[in-house]
Design a binder for this molecule. Structure first.
Ligand code: SF4
Length: 233
């Protein structure tokens, strides 16, 4: 299927990585021109990024904001304070984020991990890896990568369902691509914190604004000329 695309070398049958990189950057630039800088992650510090990354699992950001406001208004949005807070009280405060008992436990698991480094950003920065984050119960790949990128400035590309939807429609991904293979593909873009942060945010913006699950607004879309989705109709 992919051999009709410009990044496929018809002689060797291999993906032309330079062409693919250029294509991905072209899409990035078009999205950036459309929406501008998104300034992600919406948080006041590294710890708030971590809390948000766990709370946002399976819920909208609006609900996360309400839960985070509860934590802030109760003056517990600090690692030491949240660590000391009883599980039931934490669950009650994050109720707006949904799955609150599960998420409270996941936050506690994360806090236990952070405590090993005295909640110290510098100590964490020099020790944190994807592998150790994935060992924290309740932290999956998307959450781990969000924390690495937005809390600790590690240049890893965050993949989510929006990424899959848009880049399947653009013809870059197939149904079979898993998280790691998609991330590997985006890592063709040289590691650049600014681009990695903005690109993920722009994908989310575009998926919510135009490339919606049902009835995408293709006639207004800046990616229309590059999209394979339209040709299916
Ligand atoms: S043209 Fe339509 S399907 Fe393609 S990226 Fe744009 S909104 Fe999505």
């Amino acid at each position: 299927m992919m051999n009709n695309y410009l990044w496929y070398d018809s002689y060797s049958g291999e993906i032309d990585l330079v062409e693919l990189k250029d294509f991905l950057l072209k899409i990035y630039n078009l999205l950036y021109d459309e929406y501008g800088s998104q300034g992600w992650w919406p948080a006041e510090d590294w710890f708030e990024v971590i809390v948000g990354a766990i709370l946002t699992q399976n819920t909208s950001w609006k609900n996360v904001e309400r839960a985070i406001s509860n934590l802030r208004n109760n003056r517990v949005l600090k690692p030491e304070k949240l660590y000391a807070l009883p599980l039931e009280q934490l669950a009650a405060l994050i109720k707006p984020a949904g799955f609150y008992n599960l998420k409270a436990q996941r936050l506690k698991n994360m806090l236990k991990f952070l405590k090993q480094y005295d909640f110290d950003f510098m100590k964490l920065s020099s020790n944190i890896t994807r592998e150790v984050l994935l060992e924290v119960k309740g932290v999956g790949k998307e959450t781990a990568d969000s924390i690495l990128l937005y809390a600790f400035d590690v240049p890893v590309f965050v993949v989510d369902n929006y990424t899959k939807r848009i880049f399947q429609r653009l013809g870059v991904l197939s149904d079979n691509n898993d998280y790691d293979s998609i991330q590997k593909l985006f890592h063709i873009i040289p590691p650049d914190l600014q681009i990695y942060k903005e690109y993920h945010a722009l994908i989310v913006k575009h998926a919510k604004n135009m490339c919606t699950k049902h009835k995408p607004s293709c006639n207004q879309c800046p990616l229309e000329n590059f999209c394979k989705y339209l040709s299916r109709f």
